[in-house]
Design a binder for this molecule. Structure first.
Ligand code: ANZ
Ligand code: ZN
Length: 717
């Protein structure tokens, strides 16, 4: 059943009106901290495939939450932009043989149109595009500041190389598939290479990145993932001659029978003296030893460590069952040591589609940062943007780009030709949104101080270990440089679930990635938003099935009929007296929105829609519907004769006197004797009633409970 109104016309008309009147714009200089609500979503990269319904699910939830906050009186700042630089975009450009610069302009426009049709309350006047010079100038500026602080450095290092993307990758841009470490972009098994690369010294912040988590209102699983990623280990460093090992089990020292180092290590084949017994231990090459972790050497304890046991068995090494050291004895051996799994962040890419790293190499002065007044270092338009595979970016062949003067001594110098990783672009973007109109600085200090940190960040679990961690690091570093006044960017993070389609995971290879376009075209964007949000709580994965669409349409039909057929209203409609179900709906819908259980909120609204007859009930229904179906609610609000806009009208407040009058009186008995009475809300569940009764008479864990619904609880201790 289609909706009984011209949704194309209605949705377009109201969107235009909102935009014209700036309903979703906030004067950032006229708000105070307490009023402002910075409601941020992870901005999309404008892929050629366009948006999929998963985007709409995440954005609709965040949007509903923001709209609710606006109606609750907050000044909601809700910006959007495009994460347009990066390998993903460039790989697609390579595939279709187009220049990424031209291609990105098109995909961004397509995304903008799709996003606009979603009806989200975005402030388009502050849109950013990370691939535009007006933005990346400041990405480069941030890098020069980090360089000045010693947090950006160049080093020769064994790095992960993707032989298909022809670039190095950060370790975190690989994944383990069937035992192979592969590139997450193209699934090609990666190799290792020794190359000179640029790193950001995130490890200097390992301890603070860990400690800061305690204070944040983030999902526990997000905190856990970050803690694991940072991977703090306490142990001891022990000397075996001039070879140091890091161990978390120093008590097993007596049972050590060999030392293991990575293959190729100069100590392979030598021997070491045991620090306690003096016994001779062979130094073995073992590929389970990670060169960059700990000290890069392991004491082999086959009796207590599974990997060591397997290695010892395979190589005919002895197993020793010597007794463990006592804690006091441990305090004699070696030194306490703390190690982190976290590595410095490799940001250089030998690719084209990114901001050139703003460094000039001078034969006399070494690497020098490009001064602020010479930024941006423009990415030159080139014909040949294909990665070269030589370990150098395509920019290295552009002589006019490479040749320059040293900012320090004026002598001839060469520009750095690597570009920075996309995750650098997004590590600070939330700082730019409130200050997009400034062309002479990255952000206004004063405004930033008022608008940030981000109060609510709606993201995805896939970004916890990288983007969220990088953003925290960048914020801490900028804070320490005195450039921002806070050191955590996101006060509250919530992770949206994944949408599957009719039981199957959407993926490009299956060819079942669902575009929102046909749904918006055939049913309207309000229907699609509600159908997606109805799949389940926003933080859980949800299955999007087409029959949900018709369910939502039936609901919209009913609402439309109730609100528009005023003729059936009795004159005394608004004096019909108390309507507890309306008051209850306000409480439960508000509560469900706070918990991001938009599905529950919609279910309550469906109930309310079948029992909304009075003016109060109708007004409340339309207002409570507004966060979910913004266009429809605006139209109905208008038809109710209410002043524009429903989205700035105050969120209904439940009349608690009506609710309390509705409360039930429950008699509480112990062993069949009446002890007291309690009052509970009409909707209170049996579990809650029994718990309230038990606590009223101080009976802990009764052996038996008899419950007469709505009347009596008898507890047998
Ligand atoms: C002896 C031992 C005995 C160990 C035992 C463990 C159990 P986490 O918790 O991850 O920090 N190790 C140290 N450096 C290593 C490296 N570069 N590559 C591979 N393994 C390394 O793990 C610390 C433990 O991992 C260390 O404690 C060491 O083995 C190993 F019953 O030392 B242990
Ligand atoms: Zn110089």
């Amino acid at each position: 059943m289609a909706v009984p109104y011209d949704f194309h016309e209605i949705e377009q008309r109201w969107r235009q009106r909102w935009e014209e009147l700036g309903v979703y714009r906030v004067d950032l200089d006229a708000v105070n901290r307490a009023e402002l609500f910075y409601n941020l979503v992870e901005f999309p990269y404008p892929s050629a495939e366009g948006l999929h319904v998963g985007h709409i699910f995440k954005y609709s939830g965040a949007d509903a939450y923001g709209r609710y906050q606006r109606m609750r009186g907050r000044k909601v700042f809700q910006p959007i932009g495009f994460d347009a630089f990066g390998i993903h975009t460039e790989n697609y450009a390579l595939k279709v043989g187009r220049n990424p610069m031209a291609l990105t302009r098109e995909t961004t426009e397509a995304f903008r149109a799709q996003l606009s049709r979603g009806g989200m309350a975005w402030d388009w006047s502050r849109c950013i595009d990370t691939s535009q010079p007006g933005y990346y100038r400041w990405t480069q500026w941030v890098l020069t500041k980090l360089f000045g602080a010693g947090l950006l450095y160049q080093a020769e290092a064994p790095v992960v190389w993707c032989p298909s993307c022809l670039t190095v990758l950060a370790r975190e841009q690989t994944e383990l598939i069937a035992g192979d470490t592969v590139c997450e972009r193209c699934s090609t098994p990666v190799t290792e290479r020794d190359m000179r690369q640029w790193f950001l010294r995130i490890t200097a912040y390992a301890e603070r990145l860990l400690a800061g988590l305690d204070e944040l209102d983030w999902p526990e699983r997000a905190k856990r993932l970050q803690r694991q990623w940072i991977g703090r280990s306490e142990g001891r460093e022990i000397d075996f001659g001039d070879l140091k090992v890091f161990t978390t089990r120093p008590d097993t020292l007596p049972a050590v029978t060999f030392i293991a180092v990575p293959p190729g290590h100069p100590a392979v084949g030598t021997t070491r003296g045991h620090p306690i017994s003096g016994a001779t231990l062979p130094v073995m090459a073992a590929d389970y030893v990670v060169e960059s972790y700990g000290t890069g050497a392991v004491m082999g304890v086959p009796a207590h460590d599974e990997r060591d046991r397997r290695f010892a068995t395979a190589h005919g090494l002895p197993v020793s069952d010597a007794p463990l050291l006592t804690p006091e004895q441990v305090d004699q051996v070696g030194r306490p040591a703390v190690r982190y799994r976290l590595r410095d962040w490799l940001i250089s890419r030998q690719r084209y589609w990114g901001p050139p790293i703003p460094i000039v190499h001078c034969p006399a002065c070494g690497p020098v940062a490009v001064p602020e007044n010479e930024l941006p270092v423009l990415l030159p338009p080139v014909d040949e943007f294909r990665p070269t595979g030589t370990g150098k970016s395509p920019l290295a062949t552009v002589e006019t780009f490479v040749r320059t003067c040293c900012p320090c001594c004026g002598g001839p110098a060469r520009r750095e030709t690597d570009v920075s990783d996309t995750f650098v672009d997004s590590s600070w973007y939330f700082l730019r949104y409130p200050s997009t109109e400034f062309t002479d600085r990255a952000w206004s200090r004063e405004r930033t101080q008022r608008v940030l940190p981000v109060e609510f960040y709606a993201g995805g679990p896939e970004h916890v270990q990288r983007h969220h961690l990088y953003a925290r690091f960048a914020t801490m570093a900028l804070h320490d440089l005195g450039l921002v006044g806070f050191d955590e960017p996101f006060t509250r993070v919530r992770l949206g679930g994944m949408i599957i389609k009719s039981g199957a995971k959407m993926s490009k290879s299956r060819g079942n990635v669902v575009s929102p376009d046909p749904y918006v075209q055939t049913h309207g964007s309000d229907v699609l938003r509600c159908a997606l949000l109805f799949t389940g709580p926003w933080e859980s994965d949800g299955d999007f099935r087409d029959d949900t669409i018709s369910g939502i349409e039936r609901f919209f039909n009913r609402v439309w009929k109730i609100i528009t057929t005023t003729a059936t209203d009795t004159p005394a409609a608004d004096t019909e007296g108390a309507e507890p179900h309306v008051e209850r709906a306000i409480v439960s819908v508000s509560d469900a929105i706070e918990r991001l259980s938009f599905n529950v909120a919609l279910a309550r609204l469906m109930e309310l829609s079948s029992a909304a007859r009075t003016v109060r009930a109708k007004t409340v229904l339309v207002q409570l519907l507004a966060p979910f179906a913004p266009h429809l609610a605006e139209e109905l609000w208008h038809r109710l004769g209410q002043p524009f806009s429903v989205h700035t009208s105050p969120w209904p407040v439940a009349d608690h006197t009506i609710l309390e009058a509705e409360d039930l009186t429950i008699v509480v008995q112990v062993n069949g004797r009446v002890r007291t009475q309690i009052r509970v809300g009409r909707d209170t569940t049996e579990t809650d009633v029994v718990a309230a009764a038990a606590s009223a008479v101080s009976v802990q864990q009764p052996a038996r409970v008899i419950y007469v619904p709505g009347k009596l609880v008898n507890l047998v201790p």
